[in-house]
Design a protein around this ligand. Sequence first.
Ligand SMILES: [Zn+2]
Length: 317
Amino acid sequence: MSAAKQQRLAHGLLITGPDGVGRQEFAHALAARLLCDSPADDAACGQCRSCVLFQAGNHPDLARVEPEEDSEQIKVETIRTFIDFIHLTSQYGRYKIAVIDPADAMNRHAANTLLKTLEEPPAGSLLMLVTHRLALLPATIRSRCQIVMLAGSRSPETERWVAERLGQSRYSASELLSLARGAPLNAVEMAESGSRETQAEVLRNLQEMRQRPFDPVAVAKRWSEIGVEPVLRWLLAFLGEMACLKLRAPVETTSEPAFRRILQPLADELDLRQLMVCYETALRNYRGATGLISLNNQALLEEVVIQWQESGSEARG
Ligand SMILES: [Zn+2]
């Protein structure tokens, strides 16, 4: 936030980074800081007139632009309303700020309309576009914004933040951060939902299926009880990591040592082609499970289990 202090903030910020990293929280903290009457260092004071309005969601110089309730898209009418807003004079003499979230929900017409404002932003205005899917935004929009990439972080500061929120916990903050690939909000969520154990269980299942035949229906049933979306997400992470281990590629997303001890021999045993076939099946079914059309979740998982077992027999045979 030091750029804000020195008054050289761009007029358009594109705030991106993986899920759970705190994109929205960052955008809101920055907006609060810029609107605050007496900010202390890098943070809003939380007490002034401006901060009170901000916390109540009523600040007249802040607009949140989101998809309409019945729609996945941010439409051109919404963008037009916001453009009118951003051209008005600031009521409190500071910034006029709009947070567009998720920015990738703008349809093409909406994005084109926004472009003109990004090219000639009114003085004292700031647009924050929040997205975890940077590639979905038109290049014309991306090139007119300053990109703020919030990376997952395992810095001591982030660890402290996670540890404070965990309070008394069986897990260490560093272990959870590592599992959550450096995304602090996900790390806390994992501890609260107990998902570290279930991740370990899914990984153990993968290992066991390599050792003896398993009933794919029973495995898929258990996995669908855990939840098709998280299980497939973890499987993608495990398979991706195995492929990296196989390729001896530097594994950016290193999982904790206990998981690594299971993943490494599995990676050694399978060939890369088999891993990629499993990965593709998991990815396709993940898209299926998270798409708009509801599919049979257990069938999606069964397909992955069977694919995994077949890779096993090929490798053995
Ligand atoms: Zn304040």
